[in-house]
Design a protein around this ligand. Structure first.
Ligand SMILES: NC(=O)c1ccc[n+]([C@@H]2O[C@H](COP(=O)([O-])OP(=O)(O)OC[C@H]3O[C@@H](n4cnc5c(N)ncnc54)[C@H](O)[C@@H]3O)[C@@H](O)[C@H]2O)c1
Length: 457
């Protein structure tokens, strides 16, 4: 029996290693994609140990190769009539669970590796939501910084003039991401509608409420994060009541995480932007924060003009030196390194949950896990945004609009079930308490089982 188990173990490990080796050979220049794939592959070894049928059907090789990668030229004219060319992408990675779904990113760093890494992660995040959405991602190396409104509009129209033939409400449903907000979604949607000659609202999500958009989409990621932590706390017989919370960022995710945490009775004492952070020991004044960021688009340093007892400090990482019970990184990738993690731990943090994508580096995650900190990984904890995008698609298909409370109630249930599925998967595969492994496995197994039912293709 022992030998049998050992040989099975070794078969699973050998299989995962060999698929990863082939992946490296085929994609040697795609650093980000390989990094994301490796992280997920490591979590999956125990799954292949228990499911040799996945090895027989070569599921891993089939999941890690995108269904297709579309790359196209985008030609547009600036306000001085100069002609520019950018490259557009859409990676349609996997549609076993539903139509491809994932954001569009407009940023100069966009390349095929980054598109593939984001689309690959999106498969498992979307599967975890329990909503019928597959994984995709797209974008362009276009830099929106410094562009006029008309230039943005012309770029979006040129981008959609090619993209429209590859997407559709039952095919592939893009949304926003970095550099693509409500304004860009509006221009993209207008152009799609004009070309198609049909009101296919479900082709894009993140639209304005009243024009095909869903109520509570703006709040969804931040609220969802807090609902996820609510479940983590509940399991430890705790609540948000009177907890000290440190939040980083002051954008869409941060603002609504702060709002919900405060509604649950927590005291949120920090927020930040890319220049520095605020420490307000009496609790962040949300009205002031919204005025600064949503109305005026100002720097977070101006907070002290409204709240003289608060302290502003230059530099972002210092935010993690503030003692807290719960830390919610909601700004950007790699904002918590090993040192920041150790500081948080020595100051007594009990829960860390990721609102941003990949805010903790690998060393930080290991510090949290090895020191018994409850850790909620981004794939699970910030899935509320895409979950409500799926609810937007459902409303578009049925041509009805749910109330704010209806959407919010569904979001809370979805976050509850993402938590319990991740927790149960971790327990089932021998990693009790490790939500990183649990979320990867729970997302993967659903896609793998779907693939098994569809035959070989
Ligand atoms: N908006 C969503 O629905 C959603 C969903 C899932 C994940 N995310 C992720 O959450 C993160 C934040 O997204 P958002 O929508 O709130 O973006 P946003 O642009 O609204 O806000 C980002 C905020 O972070 C601040 N920031 C940037 N760099 C920083 C740094 N180094 N240190 C501290 N603050 C910094 C910015 O000043 C801004 O206030 C991103 O990683 C994004 O990919 C967002």
């Amino acid at each position: 029996m022992t030998l049998e188990v050992l040989s099975k173990k070794s078969a699973a490990q050998q299989y995962v290693d060999s698929v990863f080796e082939q992946l490296k050979q085929k994609n040697s220049h795609q650093v980000e994609f390989l990094q994301a794939a490796e992280e997920i592959f490591i979590s999956l070894v125990p799954v292949f140990e228990q499911h040799p049928e996945y090895i027989e059907h070569n599921i891993l090789s089939r999941i890690v190769e995108p269904d297709r990668i579309i790359s196209f030229r985008v030609t547009w004219q600036d306000d001085q009539n100069q002609v520019h060319v950018n490259r557009g992408y859409r990676v349609q990675f996997n549609n076993v669970v539903g139509p491809y779904k994932g954001g569009l990113r407009f940023h100069p760093t966009v390349n095929e590796s980054i598109m593939k890494f984001l689309a690959f992660e999106q498969i498992f995040k979307n599967s975890l939501t329990g909503q019928p959405i597959g994984g995709g991602k797209g974008g362009s190396d276009f830099n929106p910084k410094g562009k006029s409104d008309s230039e943005i509009m012309r770029f979006c129209q040129a981008f959609m003039t090619e993209l429209y033939r590859h997407i559709g409400p039952d095919v592939d449903v893009p949304a926003g991401d970095i550099g693509v907000g409500g304004r860009e979604i509006g221009y993209l949607w207008g152009q799609y509608k004009r070309i198609r000659g049909a009101y296919e609202a479900g082709v894009l999500t993140g639209k304005q409420p009243g024009y095909g958009g869903s109520l509570a989409r703006k709040e969804a990621t931040g609220y969802g994060l807090v609902y996820f932590v609510e479940q983590m706390l509940l399991d430890a017989n705790e609540t948000f009541e009177d907890k000290i919370v440190a939040v980083s960022g002051s954008g869409n995710v941060a603002i609504y995480a702060i709002e919900k945490a405060q509604q649950f009775g927590a005291k949120v004492v920090t927020c930040s932007d890319s220049s520095g952070y605020i420490y307000d020991p009496t609790g962040i004044d949300l009205e002031v924060l919204k005025e600064i960021k949503e109305v005026k688009g100002d720097r977070i340093s101006t907070y002290v003009n409204y709240r003289p007892n608060a302290v502003y400090t230059e530099g972002c990482t210092g935010v993690w030196s503030i003692p807290c019970d719960i830390a919610l990184p909601c700004a950007t990738q790699n904002e918590i390194n090993g040192d920041s993690a150790r500081t948080l731990i020595s100051n007594g943090v009990k829960v860390v949950a990721e609102g941003a994508n990949m805010p903790s580096d690998l060393e930080a995650i290991n510090e949290f896990l090895n020191n018994g900190i409850l850790f909620g990984p981004a794939k699970a904890a910030n899935a509320g945004g895409v979950a409500v995008s799926a609810l937007e698609m459902a409303q578009n298909s049925s041509r009805i609009s749910w109330t704010f409370d209806e959407v919010d109630g569904k979001l809370r249930n979805i976050m509850k079930s993402i938590y319990s599925e991740s927790k149960e998967a971790a327990e089932k595969y021998g990693y009790a308490g490790n939500l990183v492994v649990g979320a990867n496995i729970a997302g993967f197994v659903k896609v793998a089982n779907g693939l098994l039912t569809e035959g070989v293709y």
